[in-house]
Design a binder for this molecule. Structure first.
Ligand code: ATP
Ligand code: MG
Length: 270
């Protein structure tokens, strides 16, 4: 049995985020040190698998990261992809849309960044913002954002059929953990740049965001594009979970080096 099922949201199941402990260490190979060591081994494995995916050049993997502010999206990218050949990975961060982006449908800017064959694409925020911040801040009426659940499921189904394997992570932190991390951004001069006063407004809307996340996850966790809810208060556990799911996903894909061209056997360069 895979480890991933532990955090995977079964299609059609109800999601109650308040029921999922943000410090649950379930499945961890041991204490912090043991888990960090296990993550290092997984990162090595990921490097090998990614090289094969790149060489095979037929399929791609899309990793979606969503979280409340200071939820650890950047830290996850930094840790999990350490050591992976940068030529095979693209990271896209989605901020508030520009005028040009707003002049298109909400999936336009996202589709442009979907990884090409052979690549792993990481989305730091994503098309899910269009049913999260847009809903909570009332940036569009419900008649606009509600149909997007279906549009997203259709979009992801199409990508899956065309050869993109999708895994989506919600890094689940507690409100207390967020307070500590935001405070650290205020207290540490080297973290000031990460502080955005708008984060405090989103924090005031915590419960609305949790509801919006729960509904988005519930409505869009599919076999083609499952959601994983990661207890993320402890960074070392979060990194291990994400690495575990990615390695299991790639092992299942089992990318292979392509067959060599004919006639290479015994060929000597003179
Ligand atoms: P951190 O987690 O470290 O705070 P971040 O991902 O919040 O990093 P920021 O530059 O602080 O990065 O914020 C990006 C902002 O863009 C978020 O507030 C997010 O809600 C907003 N955003 C992203 N997509 C959309 C969208 N489609 N419509 C409106 N706002 C969006
Ligand atoms: Mg922010």
């Amino acid at each position: 049995m895979s480890e991933s099922h532990r955090w995977r949201v079964k299609p059609g199941s109800k999601v109650d985020l308040s029921d999922i402990d943000t410090r649950d260490p379930a499945g961890a190979p041991g204490d912090k040190d043991a888990t960090v060591a296990a993550s290092a081994a997984l990162m090595d494995r990921l490097r090998v698998l990614q090289e094969r995916l790149y060489a095979e050049d037929r399929r791609s993997v899309l990793v979606v990261l969503q979280a409340m502010d200071a939820g650890g999206k950047d830290g996850t990218v930094k840790h999990v992809f350490t050591g992976v050949n940068p030529a095979g990975v693209s990271v896209s961060s989605f901020k508030a849309p520009s005028h040009k982006e707003l002049a298109h449908d909400f999936l336009w800017r996202v589709h442009l960044r979907v990884p090409e064959r052979g690549q792993i694409g990481v989305f730091n925020r994503s098309h899910y913002e269009d049913v999260l911040v847009v809903r909570v801040d009332g940036l569009a009426p419900e008649s606009v954002w509600r149909p997007r659940y279906e549009a997203i499921a259709d979009f992801e189904r199409n990508l899956a059929r065309e050869g993109t394997t999708i895994v989506k992570f919600f890094l689940h932190i507690s409100k207390e953990e967020q307070a500590e991390r935001l405070q650290a951004r205020l207290d540490d001069p080297e973290k000031h740049w990460k502080f955005n006063p708008a984060d405090l407004e989103a924090r005031d809307q915590w419960d609305d965001y949790q509801d919006a996340y729960a509904e988005a996850i519930e409505r869009t966790s599919t076999d083609d594009a499952p959601w994983f809810v990661v207890p993320a208060d402890r960074k070392w556990y979060r990194n291990w979970v994400v690495s575990t799911v990615l390695v299991e996903t790639l092992e299942r894909l089992d990318p292979r080096f392509p067959d060599p061209p004919e006639g290479l056997d015994g060929f000597t360069i003179e």
